[in-house]
Design a protein around this ligand. Structure first.
Ligand SMILES: Cc1ncc(COP(=O)(O)O)c(C=O)c1O
Length: 379
């Protein structure tokens, strides 16, 4: 017998209660039952996004909501600033290029966070920049951004919107959209929301809704203004992903029950326990600044390949962790502790990791990582 454990930064494990809801016979989406469920989902999403604005839902992966954000806010030739510190910063750049925007790049060394003062300096130098595109957490490196500082810089600029890809961050740490002055927050179902992939979310500030009035880029499925009108009537423009929305209602109920503060604290503890365990095992963190609360990136010891580690974890122990992406392939591995994850999951992972590393020739005292994590979890 083998149990399977998923420690990837999406998809993430799904609570049995959510799975059970999604397994029920499907209902039709133009019914009173669906509208009632959807109306509660709308309220609970506002709670999670910490906003008074509508949170739109699309049947897409997170990239769909990123793409929709570009096509709904901007027009061909508009200038945007992209902070590029990993794979998903590159995705903003690719999307901006695909839609004919002029993307100015702020290169951030992988493993480091974008410096708010650099963003501020570029915006002062080029007041024509209409959007600042950032990651709340750059999943490929496990580094987060200082959204509070970025919000303070962009909020006073009426002609510039701060656009946050929080696909892997929402729910793992505090991202108060309205309080920080974030203009767009994008997320997706398969991370801390504890659902399968397939739902994309986006919320717009009043400033961002103003941008949509002048945008001339083509849009059809991802037409935010049309979707807003329908959402406000507790329906959607097209057939929604009914089963996923039913699951979403259940996962949001669970999030409400735990409460945002407790949920962020749990993620912070699991992240800190993971980091301390890795240090005790003698592994270097890849994230040098603002390490994520949802995913920890870890450098392999010299001479060892993370692909081999990941293969042994999977083949022999049924544990899935994530590879390094792009140039980091083979050099790092990434452990997610987001969504439906608790202390015992993390302790199990650390103990297996120690065994495999010993087998691969890494010098580590068995139990060192587990002891470090346990000490933190007992605090
Ligand atoms: C930070 C970030 N942005 C965007 C995406 C893309 O989302 P999706 O794969 O759901 O399209 C991901 C997915 O891992 C992500 O982690």
């Amino acid at each position: 017998m083998e149990k399977h454990y998923l420690f990837t930064p999406g998809p993430t494990p799904i609570p049995p209660s959510v799975l059970a809801e999604m397994a029920k016979p499907i209902i039709h989406h133009r019914t009173r039952d669906y509208s009632a469920l959807f109306s509660q989902v709308r309220l609970d999403l506002k709670y999670l996004f910490q906003t008074d604005q509508e949170v739109l839902i699309f049947a897409a992966s997170g990239t769909g909501a990123m793409e929709g954000t570009i096509s709904n806010l901007f027009s061909p030739g508009d200038k945007v600033l992209v902070t590029r510190g990993g794979k998903f910063g590159e995705r903003w750049e690719e999307l901006a290029n695909a839609y004919g925007l002029q993307a100015r790049i702020l290169d951030v060394k992988w493993g480091y966070a974008p410096k708010p003062q650099d963003v501020s300096a570029i915006l002062k130098e080029d007041p024509e920049i209409r959007g600042v595109l950032v990651q709340a957490t750059e999943t490929s490196t496990g580094v987060s951004s200082d959204l509070k500082a970025l919000g303070e810089i962009v909020r006073p600029l009426a002609g510039t919107a701060l656009i946050v890809d929080a696909v892997s961050a929402l729910g793992t740490f505090d991202i108060p959209m309205d309080r920080y002055g974030l203009d767009v927050v994008v997320s997706a179902s398969q991370k801390a929301l504890m659902l399968p992939p397939g739902l994309a979310f986006t919320a717009l500030s009043p400033k961002a809704w103003k941008f949509t009035e002048s945008s001339t880029l083509p849009k059809y499925y991802f037409d935010f203004r049309k979707e807003l009108k329908n959402a406000q009537k507790n329906t959607s423009s097209y057939t929604p992903a009914v089963s996923l929305v039913v699951g979403l209602a259940a996962s949001l109920r669970q999030i409400r029950q735990e409460g945002l503060e407790a949920m962020f604290a749990r993620h912070a503890r699991l992240a800190e326990a993971t980091r301390r365990a890795m240090a005790a095992i003698g592994l270097e963190p890849f994230a040098k600044e603002l390490p994520s609360a949802g995913v920890t990136s870890v450098c392999m010891p010299a001479g060892l390949d993370s692909e081999e580690l990941i293969k042994i974890l999977s083949d022999r122990f049924g544990i899935t962790v994530a590879e390094g992406q792009g140039s980091l392939k083979g050099k790092i591995f990434r452990v997610a502790h987001m969504g439906f994850v608790d202390s015992y999951d993390i302790l199990a992972l650390i103990s297996v990791l120690e065994m495999v590393l010993v087998q691969m020739g890494h010098k580590v005292k068995p139990g060192a990582g587990v002891a470090a994590a346990e000490a933190l979890l007992l605090e």
